[in-house]
Design a protein around this ligand. Structure first.
Ligand SMILES: [Zn+2]
Length: 223
């Protein structure tokens, strides 16, 4: 009886994992399950203030809870672009994440794929207007005067709806997640921490509001 009760209490406390549409290929299911298991194993004793506010601790369980409470279904879509990896399409249901074939084809590290997944999970929040993107400035150049380009596709971002004006949007929140993993994960490999730092630092360029940018700098970069 004790064994049975233990099993029941685990089942009750666990949040249901998302359900896959029948047409999601096995390789894609396997990849996202592997990726979520990796995120789910993250451990740390520290978190920045913004991270604590958005996700809670830098802890696998907190990340899985964040995801599972937002994304209930996973389907396949082109997401409207040959370069897209994943999307949320609010009018088809905000709690469904759509993946494209690029999820297993693009050549970015595992923690970067997870960044995309958590970016999309943030877009599920109807009460926050699905955290719509902001339009990037025109021109949109780095301090050396070179056009800022997408780390994902290489496309120039000037004038594109691919920026954030708040730390709490999809770009902001997912970079806060990765920067925290980079700085504070105690059981990640050097490679994972380094990759997380590279993608976080890159996506910070997309936070174009000065106040929002400064808030993230204060939270994670100026120490
Ligand atoms: Zn987005």
């Amino acid at each position: 009886m004790i064994g049975l009760l233990t099993v029941l209490s685990i089942a009750i406390s666990a949040v249901a994992a998302p359900v896959f549409d029948n047409n999601v290929p096995a390789e894609i299911r396997q990849q996202i399950v592997t990726d979520m298991n990796a995120v789910g194993s993250i451990s740390s004793a520290q978190a920045s203030g913004l991270h604590q506010h958005i996700f809670g601790p830098v802890l696998g369980k907190a990340y899985l809870n964040f995801f599972d409470t937002r994304i209930k279904k996973i389907g396949m879509s082109s997401c409207g672009s040959a370069n897209a990896v994943a999307c949320v399409i609010p009018f088809l249901g905000s709690n469904k994440m759509w993946l494209t074939q690029n999820y297993i084809k693009f050549s970015h590290p595992q923690i970067a794929r997870s960044m995309v997944v958590f970016h999309e999970a943030r877009h599920s929040e109807v009460k926050n207007g699905n955290w719509g993107h902001a339009t990037c400035p025109t021109p949109f150049n780095d301090p050396n005067g070179n056009p800022i380009k997408s780390i994902w596709t290489g496309a120039e971002l000037a004038g594109q709806p691919a920026c954030d004006i708040t730390p709490f949007g999809s770009y902001g929140s997912s970079l806060i997640m990765l920067k925290n993993i980079s700085k504070f994960c105690t059981n990640c490999s050097e490679k994972v921490r380094m990759d997380a730092g590279i993608y976080a630092d890159d996506q910070l360029k997309r936070v174009t509001n000065q106040q929002a940018y400064s808030a993230i700098r204060q939270d994670l970069y100026i120490r």
